[in-house]
Design a protein. Structure first.
Length: 204
């Protein structure tokens, strides 16, 4: 994937004092309850938004309700109090169908320097599916610093997978990947011991 925007003058930098660092997210698979296809199987893909950038996963062609991606996203985080927007869509010839979305607190992804858990997608206040994410957190790191043990290095920790690249700018947000994802509403909903995270909102 190609990155289409550059960091603009005055864009926010990673604030290490407020808990910045690099977050590596591996999107493994999904269990989708909302089926947008009348005939045949869905071709689901994921969009991840943070700091003015959108990342797009590969399309799980014919994945239907049980897609597999096994793809990684690397983000420079400004603050652990920020939110990341996760969206699932079904690829179509004319226009892609919205499946569901979640707003996920960075803080819920960095516990114990990384988690492996299911995160809930919502559509019109109903559960639309779950996405299995696995993360690694490197406090104080940035993309300019190589990470020993990170995905893509020789000392991998078992999260190796295909790496997604940013492909577009999220409307109304800063062009810096380290920027705060402003304008994202909602708070994460914790699953009361069920291991499910995330809160949906209005589809876009």
């Amino acid at each position: 994937m190609q990155q289409f925007q550059q960091q603009q003058p005055g864009a926010m930098k990673t604030d290490l004092v407020s808990g910045g660092g690099r977050l590596i997210i591996r999107a493994i698979e999904g269990k989708l309850f909302r089926d947008t296809q009348m005939v045949g199987k869905m071709d689901p893909y994921l969009l991840l938004e943070y700091g003015g950038l959108k990342f797009k996963s590969k399309v799980a062609s014919g994945g239907g309700k049980f897609p597999n991606w096994n793809e990684t996203f690397e983000l420079d985080i400004c603050s652990v109090n920020d939110e990341i927007k996760l969206v699932a869509k079904d690829e179509n010839i004319i226009s892609d169908d919205f499946i569901g979305q979640a707003f996920i607190k960075v803080s819920s992804l960095i516990m114990n320097n990384g988690v492996r858990d299911w995160f809930v997608l919502s559509y019109q206040d109903k559960q639309a599916g779950q996405i299995l994410l696995e993360t690694q957190w490197f406090a104080g790191a940035s993309k300019t610093q190589p990470l020993a043990g990170a995905m893509g290095t020789q000392a991998t920790t078992g999260l190796a997978s295909e790496k997604a690249q940013p492909y577009g700018q999220a409307s109304g947000l800063s062009s810096s990947i380290a920027g705060v994802a402003s304008g994202v509403a909602g708070q994460p909903s914790y699953g009361g011991g069920t291991g499910l995270y995330g809160q949906g909102g209005k589809n876009y």
